[in-house]
Design a protein around this ligand. Structure first.
Ligand code: COA
Length: 260
């Protein structure tokens, strides 16, 4: 598929999606959000992709936020619609994908950029990365899940401070907050993401999909995550991957999962 604002490349089970508007610091305009949806959906359903890596082009930014020029003249209704559509098309969509999504945060991840990284299943950062939710400095609040996912990841007090001050934290602080799992020099960021992806790919993709659903259930209002886990656990027993995984263990060989 041809995209104008992103690149999507597939190699050895990994689809790397790169947001490619470096002159605008990869800001998320409407067209980019739609293309990201299409690329994530294509990767999730192509049958070959075992892990998706999302990153930004250039050395400066992952994503510097939603494209401010697109919503500066919106009214109350348009603002609400913007957030609702963003959740549906991209942010909740990514969070609930059954293919693992790793965000490789290669520079500024601000506003919608940090929200996209937080919707991903986990995050790595380069040592030049800076992260924040600066929306209140524009007279608005985070609208793509930031008020919910930031406290889930870093705790309520830190999220309150970050959102109220509109400030940025550097990669090492993000690491100490648990917002990112690893920090490396920029040139090592994608190699590290690929190394972690290859570890993930050794395991059962159907079991991983069940695990993502069960972990996410912990954050779904009115859902008992333990019950979701019990059902997901049971589902695994009906898969070819389970037969292969347990048989391989008992036969003292490496499992070769069919992914079914
Ligand atoms: N929306 C639209 N355009 C953006 C953008 C955004 N969120 N972030 C950056 N850009 C554009 C700038 O307008 C500029 O475009 P121009 O060259 O046509 O003037 C270009 O990207 C480069 O940004 P610039 O501000 O010149 O870079 P900088 O190095 O001086 O500053 C930032 C970098 C990230 C600190 C600064 O761009 C910034 O504060 N961006 C907005 C962050 C934000 O508030 N995001 C939340 C949005 S809800």
């Amino acid at each position: 598929m041809n995209y104008e604002n992103i690149l999507s490349e597939h190699s050895n089970g990994i689809t790397t999606i790169t947001i490619n508007r470096p002159k605008k610091l990869n800001a998320l305009n409407r067209a980019t959000i739609q293309e990201l949806h299409d690329a994530f959906e294509a990767a999730d359903t192509d049958g070959d992709t075992k892990v998706i890596i999302i990153t930004g082009s250039g050395e400066k930014a992952f994503v510097a936020g939603a494209d401010i020029s697109e919503f500066a003249d919106f009214n109350v209704e348009e603002g609400g619609d913007l957030a609702a559509q963003g959740h549906e098309i991209l942010f909740d969509f990514v969070a609930n994908l059954s293919t693992p999504v790793i965000a490789a945060v290669n520079g500024f991840a601000l506003g919608g950029g940090l929200e996209l990284a937080m919707a991903s299943h986990f995050r790595l950062a380069s040592d030049n990365a800076k992260m924040g939710l600066p929306e209140v400095s524009l007279g608005v609040i985070p609208g793509y899940g930031g008020t919910q996912r930031l406290p889930q990841l870093v705790g309520k007090g830190r999220a309150m401070e970050m959102i109220m001050t509109a400030g940025m934290i550097d990669a090492n602080k993000a690491l100490s907050y648990g917002l990112v799992n690893h920090v490396v020099p920029q040139e090592e960021l994608l190699p590290l993401a690929e190394k972690i992806a290859s570890k993930i790919m050794r395991n059962s993709s159907v079991a991983i999909a069940e695990a993502i659903g069960a972990i996410n259930a912990n954050y779904d209002d009115g859902v008992n995550g333990f019950e979701v886990e019990i059902e997901a656990f049971g589902n695994c027993f009906g898969t070819e991957d389970f037969v292969e995984g347990t048989t391989a263990f008992l036969e003292k060989r490496k499992a070769d999962f069919p992914g079914k």
